[in-house]
Design a protein around this ligand. Structure first.
Ligand SMILES: Cc1ncc(C[n+]2csc(CCOP(=O)(O)OP(=O)(O)O)c2C)c(N)n1
Ligand SMILES: CC(=O)[C@@H](O)[C@H](O)COP(=O)(O)O
Ligand SMILES: [Mg+2]
Length: 626
């Protein structure tokens, strides 16, 4: 496969191809992406939709000197392949392989590292102003941003800033509009973009643009006419963008590569901040992905002939436990209200959303709004639950602090993906929620260990009249049966899972204080060491009585958490001991103070020293045992 693709080692090679060969190259790239992602897993549908865009941008612009930023970066596989990483795609998102997102450290063509949404316009604006100030005034700065990512507040803030730079900068925002976020898109922006590109308006615009291209000799003139045409005929987005003093062009067909190349060439002659609205199909060229873009947004390994298989029935993930609990609780309490910032599927809320559409809100990629919206609901007596990934909750720290916790509002945060997330890697690991949020007075942080503990934690958190967080990791736990009831647990109380085994000699008595998943992950280590094991259940408040008792009854107290060591629950435990004048021999396990890459979760556990062997070895070393 891939005669043309074989000849492309960099965009320099690409630029030597005659234009009429580009559709063939696009077809080869698509086939390669499907084949390659079927072996590694990854963000398939978005990348398939951006193949022509990636080719056209590198064909027309002088990358890497012209700067190109992919928003979120999950659609950039064609870009990776065209910029010398075709071979490396074998290791995409694998342990030791290349990242699933652009990385400055990975390639000079990756002008900016992404992963979290809606950053691209701010980044290219900063670059454009930097280029202007350093005298690189002809350099282009291009952000490719999806219709989903455009709903993020940062993107709108950046648009608002960009317009005032006028002709001093060369900034092109390419709106890659596939009418999808992960789920179907929501909100007024999306509705209006959809209206705009719906036939026959979009087709008419395309035909008119083509006629313009062939009949107008002067490029500037052409661009001006395109702009005028858009402004005249399609007021919704053009008025949005023109309100920000940005020139709007489009909409254009993002899979018509010849047309795309010509439009980009024309725009390249201009200056100033501008928006090109490109219409694409998520999953383009691979029928199963076109038919179900949500299912093919992020995939594991699959058979490209048959498409992704239904996962075999086994125990529920933590997200599924949350989803079940949401349905059960909403049935008995009309005040229950669930909110997701664009992560309905990943958060386990699909069934809930269909059962309780009036008490469900996908607010789009708007974590900050999600939190303050929940605060408002709580003010009116509703019981809002915000389902949010740990890494994305970081975006909304101020809203959680200022709008919810400070006012003591009863909002429950279901903090998913807390800990190692695996193949998404550095940008998506959920390591910082405990250090961030345990600083907030009055907030209760539950760290359930297994699936049933997650249910109990959710029941309990919901029963409290204060701000609560229940953090749990990606994927599945040990697979214990989950209660269907509404039992609660005592707040701030740990539970002992194992006592120190009789016969362990003095000097070797170890007790693990485990937070979250570490309570089941450390079972084996505890057995090997004859150690005691306590499931702490809460990162805040800590069970003071249990901690003090343990400190006085063992020779080495070990804390363990799937979260950052710096400022984490283990540090909290040490602070508590210090406040009582106690300084027992202590060992702490958690995520060390460095960036953890992508890879298989178990590999990353080992890398962070959280696997059984590493834990047992370090405890023995600490006790100076053979
Ligand atoms: C701050 C943040 N919130 C949520 C996400 C999860 N997320 C990744 S891609 C995506 C949808 C993006 O939609 P769009 O920009 O239209 O790109 P498409 O997937 O359609 O290509 C979401 C919600 C994220 N990466 N960052
Ligand atoms: C790109 C992005 O941010 C999401 O698609 C993310 O990869 C989803 O992660 P999960 O697979 O853990 O839901
Ligand atoms: Mg989209």
């Amino acid at each position: 496969m891939g005669n043309l693709l074989d000849s492309i080692r960099s965009p320099e090679d690409l630029r030597k191809l005659p234009e009429e060969k580009l559709p063939e190259l696009a077809a080869e790239l698509r086939a390669f992406i499907v084949e390659s992602v079927s072996k590694t897993g990854g963000h398939l549908a978005s990348s398939l939709g951006a193949v022509e865009l990636a080719i056209a941008i590198h064909y027309v612009f002088d990358t890497p000197d012209d700067r190109l930023v992919w928003d979120v970066g999950h659609q950039a596989y064609a870009h990776k392949i065209l910029t010398g990483r075709r071979e490396a795609m074998k290791g995409l998102r694998q342990t030791g392989g290349i990242s699933g997102f652009p990385r400055r450290s990975e390639s000079p063509f990756d002008a900016f590292g992404t992963g979290h949404s809606s950053t691209s316009i701010s980044a290219v604006l900063g670059m454009a102003v930097g280029s202007y100030l350093s005298g690189h005034r002809d350099r282009w700065h291009i952000a490719v941003i999806g219709d989903g990512a455009l709903t993020g507040g940062m993107a709108v803030e950046a648009l608002n800033d960009a317009g005032s730079w006028k002709d001093r900068i060369r900034l092109l925002v390419i709106l890659n509009d596939n009418n999808y976020s992960i789920s179907a898109p929501v909100g007024a922006l999306s509705r209006n973009l959809t209206k705009l590109v719906s036939a026959p308006a979009f087709m008419g615009a395309r035909e008119r643009s083509k006629r313009l291209l062939s009949s107008v000799p002067h490029l500037w003139d052409l661009a001006k006419r395109m702009e005028k045409q858009a402004v005249n005929f399609f007021s919704p987005p053009s008025s949005l963008f023109s309100t920000f003093d940005l020139n709007y062009f489009g909409p254009v067909d993002g899979h018509d590569i010849g047309y795309l190349v010509r439009v980009l060439r024309n725009l390249k002659e201009l200056r100033g901040p501008m928006v090109l609205h490109v219409v694409t199909k998520k999953g383009k060229g691979y029928p199963p992905a076109e038919a179900d873009p949500t299912a093919y947004h992020g995939v594991g390994r699959f058979d490209p002939v048959h498409g992704i298989a239904k996962a075999p029935a086994s125990g529920p993930s933590y997200s599924a436990v949350f989803g079940r609990w949401a349905c059960d609780t909403a049935r008995r309490d009309p005040r229950f209200y669930a909110i997701t910032p664009a992560m309905r599927e990943g958060s386990g809320l699909v069934e809930y959303a269909s059962l309780y559409p009036e008490r469900f809100r996908d607010v789009s990629i708007a974590e900050q709004h999600a939190v303050t919206y929940a605060a408002g609901l709580a003010c009116e007596g509703m019981k809002p639950v915000v389902a949010i990934y740990s890494t994305f909750a970081q975006r909304a720290f101020d809203q959680i602090e200022h709008d919810v916790a400070l006012q003591g509002l009863p909002v429950l945060f279901a903090v998913d993906r807390a800990g190692i997330v695996g193949p998404d890697g550095t940008t998506h690991h959920g390591f910082f929620d405990i250090p961030l949020f345990r600083t907030l007075p009055g907030v209760t942080i539950f760290t359930p260990s297994d699936e049933n503990e997650a249910r109990l934690a959710l029941n309990t958190a919901y029963s409290l009249d204060s701000t609560t967080m229940v953090r749990y990791p990606r994927g599945k736990g040990p697979g214990v049966p989950v209660s269907a009831g509404f039992e609660t647990i005592p707040v701030g109380k740990a539970r002992t899972l194992r006592e120190i085994q009789p016969g362990v000699p003095a000097g070797q008595r170890v007790i693990f204080l485990a937070f979250g998943s570490m309570a089941w992950r450390l079972q084996k280590a505890a057995e090997e060491l004859g150690a005691g094991l306590v499931d702490m259940r809460f990162a805040k408040p800590l069970d003071e009585e249990a901690v003090l008792k343990v400190a006085r009854s063992c020779d080495c107290l070990v804390t363990a958490e799937e979260g950052a060591l710096e400022g984490g629950a283990g540090d909290g435990t040490l602070e508590l001991l210090a406040s009582h004048g106690l300084s027992p021999r202590v060992l702490q396990f958690g995520i060390p103070d460095r960036w953890v890459p992508h890879g298989a979760t178990e590999d990353l556990m080992r890398l962070c020293g959280l696997d059984t062997d590493s834990v047992v070895r370090r405890v023995r070393e600490r006790l100076a045992l053979p």
